[in-house]
Design a binder for this molecule. Structure first.
Ligand code: TXA
Ligand code: MG
Length: 343
């Protein structure tokens, strides 16, 4: 299959490009598009055959449900049985934006593959001009996971989507780099207490300022059977080809680790803040400023993907504080590393 890459950022003929994408979607095809978090791979959420193409293109397990994206808050009532008060307050505060809200789905409206057999569905209104223009031109909901092959880091640039899916999907809308760089926060409001199933750009602190106490199970608590979890969180994620190890943000510890690994015959890729660039790793990819977690979130997946273009045999990634967006960053890094720390 030939993959069209259509640049829509600041393009004078962009309406023509949107209508090409909309025609493909209306014909049961999938289209990749940018959101403010990461690129998504969309299909019309009421078309089961189209939604199945998403799972096939990504190699995604069929028990992992998809998020449904809408272009206007009013559309929500078409898909949700009863919109809880907490959800309304969250939508007022954070939509459009990087917050997915899991609610009870209306029966027999969305394609069965979207919800993967669950009674609930995650809904989100993205805050990106291209995503919103696409949704509002299409006038239908889009089921869309991140537009990467399953297991790989999510795409933050059209080129990342092409790396994974060129030849497999018909169209990528290129709207430049995504801003946040980490997937949306997933909040389940169907339980007694609202629970963060996946941390993201909308933090626990931000949510609690609006709806009061919110549960956020840490990685240890997530191992407990009874902890509410997103079905997708059990799978390997964000993994480059070489093994990733987390390491403390401590120049001496890192310098020593690099030396020891090189003596063992390794080629080391180091992912760390810019001031750590002189520690003699074979490859260095920056996480940006030392104390700017938003910046780190924006470049994290690009840095992980860049390792695959090197012949590094091991990757060291520095940890960050568990504050604000730092929680989401550490969640992704722990997964990329499979929980391994360099000792
Ligand atoms: O920022 C984002 O959320 C991006 C953009 C494209 O919107 N999408 C994204 O989708 O990250 P995906 O499929 O890669 O991740 C969705 C996560 C998965 O872990 C999935 O298991 C969980 O949300 N999820 C979806 N529906 C759910 C539901 N009904 N209950 C619990 N978890 C759900
Ligand atoms: Mg994903």
């Amino acid at each position: 299959m030939n993959t069209m890459q259509l640049t829509v950022d600041n393009d004078v003929d962009k309406m023509e490009k949107y209508s090409q994408a909309v025609d493909l979607l209306n014909n049961g095809e999938v289209v990749a598009f940018p959101t403010e978090t990461v690129y998504g791979l969309g299909a019309v959420a009421t078309d089961d055959a189209a939604v199945k193409k998403i799972f096939a293109a990504k190699g995604r397990p069929s028990d992992n449900p998809l998020i449904v994206h809408i272009g206007n808050i009013e559309e929500l009532a078409l898909y949700i049985e009863e919109i809880p008060e907490v959800a309304k307050r969250c939508m007022d505060a954070f939509w459009p934006g990087p917050l997915t809200i899991v609610m009870k789905a209306k029966q027999n409206v969305l394609a069965p593959s979207v919800t993967a057999g669950l009674q609930t569905v995650g809904m989100r209104m993205p805050d990106h001009p291209v995503a919103l223009e696409l949704l509002r031109t299409l006038k239908k909901p889009l089921a869309a996971p991140s537009a990467n092959r399953s297991g790989k880091p999510s795409p933050t640039k059209a080129a990342h989507v092409a790396e994974d899916l060129a030849g497999v999907i018909p169209c990528i809308l290129d709207g430049g780099s995504t801003g946040i760089g980490l997937e949306s926060t997933v909040l389940d409001v169907t339980l007694e207490q609202p629970v963060i199933l996946r941390p993201g750009g909308v933090t626990k602190e931000m949510l609690e300022a609006v709806i009061g106490f919110v549960l956020e199970p840490n990685l240890e608590e997530q191992k407990i059977e009874s902890t509410p979890k997103a079905p997708g969180m059990k799978y390997t994620h964000y993994a480059p080809n070489a093994p990733v190890y987390l390491i403390e943000q401590e120049p001496q510890i890192i310098a020593q680790a690099v030396l020891q690994l090189q003596q063992e015959g390794h080629r080391v890729a180091l992912l760390a803040p810019t001031p750590f660039c002189d520690l003699k790793a074979n490859f260095f990819f920056t996480f940006g400023d030392e104390s700017n977690v938003e910046q780190m979130g924006a470049v994290l997946y690009d840095a992980l993907r860049a390792c695959d273009k090197t012949d590094a045999t091991i990757i060291l990634a520095t940890s960050t504080e568990l504050q604000g967006v730092g929680v989401a960053i550490m969640n992704r890094l722990e997964k990329a590393a499979g929980g391994k720390w360099y000792k």
